[in-house]
Structure formats: C-alpha cells, structure tokens
Design a protein around this ligand. Sequence first.
Ligand SMILES: NC(=O)c1ccc[n+]([C@@H]2O[C@H](COP(=O)([O-])OP(=O)(O)OC[C@H]3O[C@@H](n4cnc5c(N)ncnc54)[C@H](O)[C@@H]3O)[C@@H](O)[C@H]2O)c1
Length: 398
Amino acid sequence: MRTYRVALLGCRSRGTSQAKAIVQHPRMELVGVCDLLPERLNALGDRFGVAARYTDFEQMLREQQPDIVNIPTATKFHAPLATAVLRLGHHVDVEKPLTLTLAELDQVMTAQRESGKQLVPHHQAAVHPPAKKLRELVKQGFIGEPQAVRLRNKGYYGGYGIIHQGCHALALAISVVGPARAVSAHMVTAGRPTTVDDVYQGPYGYGLVAGQHMTCLYELQNGAYLLNEEHYRPEVDSSTIRFEVVGTEGALALDHAIPEKVYYSNSPHWHPVRTEWSEVPLSKEERAAGGYDFLDPAVKGMDLWMADEWVQALDEGRDHVINASVGVSTMEMIHGAYASHAEGRRIDLPQASRDHPFERWLAREGRPTPPPAPPGYGDWIAWALAQPQNQPPALVRS
Ligand SMILES: NC(=O)c1ccc[n+]([C@@H]2O[C@H](COP(=O)([O-])OP(=O)(O)OC[C@H]3O[C@@H](n4cnc5c(N)ncnc54)[C@H](O)[C@@H]3O)[C@@H](O)[C@H]2O)c1
C-alpha cells in the first residue's frame, strides 16, 4: 500500500487544518511545508513535526517531489500558484473558491489540461460520509430521476456568501446531479432591486460582490433545476444550511447540524405535517476513513475525508470526485448568477465573457472601481449595511 507524499503551500489557518488531516491519514505523508513568513512556517512545522521547511515553493517541489501540493492561501493567489504547481508536474488541491474570475479559471485550466495532473478545489463538505452516501443513493436511482435541488445558505451577505460558502454546496450538487446549462438570478438589497451602486469590494480580498439577498434558479444539463437561496441573515449558522435533492420517487437531504446526517423521504412532495423524513444509517465501513470514524471526536473538521478521497482516487487511477470539471462548473454557476442580475437576463453557461460580471456592470454604467472596504466579514457587514443607500427612507409626515 503506497503512501502519498503531500507538500503544503501556506501555513496559516486553513493550512493548519489541512496539515492535521494529512498527518492523521496513515496513507499520506506531509513531506514539506512552505510559507513566506518564517514564524508561521516554524509554528506549523514544529506542531506537526515537519523538518523540511521552505520559503520558496519551487525549491520545496524540486527537493521533495510530492504527489500532491495543497494550496491553502488567500484566494487571489490560487490561480498563479495552482498554475505554477501544475506546470511543475504535481497534482493540486487548492482552497476554494478555485479562482476569483473566469479569466483566471481559463488560465489555470489550460495548465491543468497541459500537465495532465489533477486540479481539485478543496470542498471538504462534498466528501464527508453523509455527503458521499447521498451522492451514491442518488446515482443508484434510490429516489428515481432527480428533478430538483434546493439549497439555502448559512446566512452570509448573499453575493459574498455564494462565492465564499455557497460554492461548497454547489460543488456537492454538481457532483450529485451534474452541472447547469443556464441561470436566472435576482438580487435584492435593502428591500429593493440591487443596483450598480451596491457593488462593493468583498471581504478577504474576494473581489467585487453585490446583492444582500440572491435567489438563483439554475437549469441543469439533465433537465432538472436547482434553486439556490443566498440570503443574508444576522446570524451565520451552518446548521441552517439546506441541501435537498428531490427525485420522482422520493427525496434526500443533509442535516448540517454536527455531526452531519443524511435523511430520506419516500415522497417527492412536501407537506408541513404529512412529509416524513427518516435518518439513513451509515454502516461502520461507510463512516470510516484512514482508520478513523466519522463520529470520532479526534477528527475535528472535514479535511480528513478530503485526504481520504485523494488516496482512493490515486489508488484507483481515477479523478478525485471533486475534480477540475466540478470546480469549473461551480465557478461558472457563481459568475453566471452575478451576470444574470447585472444584465437582467437569463445567462447560458459557460459565459462567453470571461471578465468579472460586476466589472462589466460598472463599466457599462460609467462607475469607477469601488473603494476598499473593511477586510474582515464582521466589520465588512456592519459597513455594508450602514451604506447610505441601504438606510430605510425617512418617514414624511404631512
Ligand atoms: N474550505 C474551507 O472550509 C475554508 C474556510 C475558510 C477559508 N477558506 C479559504 O482558505 C483561504 C484562506 O486560508 P487562510 O485563512 O489560511 O489564508 P491566509 O492568507 O491567512 O494564509 C495563507 C498563508 O499562505 C502564505 N503564502 C501566500 N503566498 C505564498 C507563497 N507564494 N509562498 C509561500 N507562502 C505563501 C501566507 O504567507 C500565509 O501565511 C481562502 O481561499 C479561503 O476562501 C476555506
């Protein structure tokens, strides 16, 4: 049984979670770590006992020859780093969202095709045991022909939520029912249709975002539809995420309260009282990965299941279930929804225009690039909601 060599490029928060999963998995070895900042590099290297430490990732790849390079860096670095690592001949596991723009997506996909290596966006929520079980049951025809997918986000500001967290649910949905061929979306901000003046710089360097509440209706390639509600709520809460697939003969849904579970209803219809849901039990084998059980408290977070899917895929000589094509469709669906509202029409996917839909919107309406906004979500949301155009109109008394 082969052990896969993994190198880590980025040693802060997400790098630490991923390193923990890599060292936990008995079929993976963390062979090198890299960060531009020596204090982060040494903190992570010390914590996980990795002696091979680098500030230059190309040197790390030359000396360590990893099978897989994990890239948990800020999003603006995903495209250039993933492109460089693919061109150096390594599989890439890059944090989500895969890229900031479709132009960047095209660039990294050219490198992926030319290298023949795998490019995997890090959607750990699409590979944990309940998600895997749901995917398998749908593919086995357990609920008949899939007809509808219903998603609801965890409460982030809509236009930011869809690219920050909604991308996980979209990637899972694509891996279950396939990609979309078109989208119609509308956005509402402060109770009125979102305008070009509501285009802001998003938090955490995510680029342009707009739309406090986004409602997206996707036509899927298999003829089914997907409804995605990315609506702002004051509390961000994972347990409120909705993920439901409805088929001709029943429905399956994930409960995102921890530990996640998968539920089944034998009816494709919905009724507030008569619809019955029951938990689908997972066998011990289905809950297991790398010697750990899904319910084992030693495994906090989902990254171990991402690592395990890599091991299974490489062992079997197949693509990771969350592969480049899932990543591409996820980005097309997000940017397609942005374009649909900005252009006031249904958008066929993939879009012909590869620049950012909100950049096009600003240019069409003769607006300058929006100024910098607070970088962290807590400050950003307070700032966005306090913008003058988002205040309710003053009461006029006659
Ligand atoms: N999958 C998830 O559930 C999840 C959750 C939150 C955030 N994210 C994603 O994770 C990413 C952010 O992760 P983070 O908060 O740990 O990032 P961060 O920016 O705080 O840290 C990234 C580290 O990478 C290093 N780095 C950047 N460029 C480098 C280079 N060229 N060479 C070497 N080191 C380099 C930086 O010095 C930094 O220490 C974002 O893309 C975000 O969308 C994913």
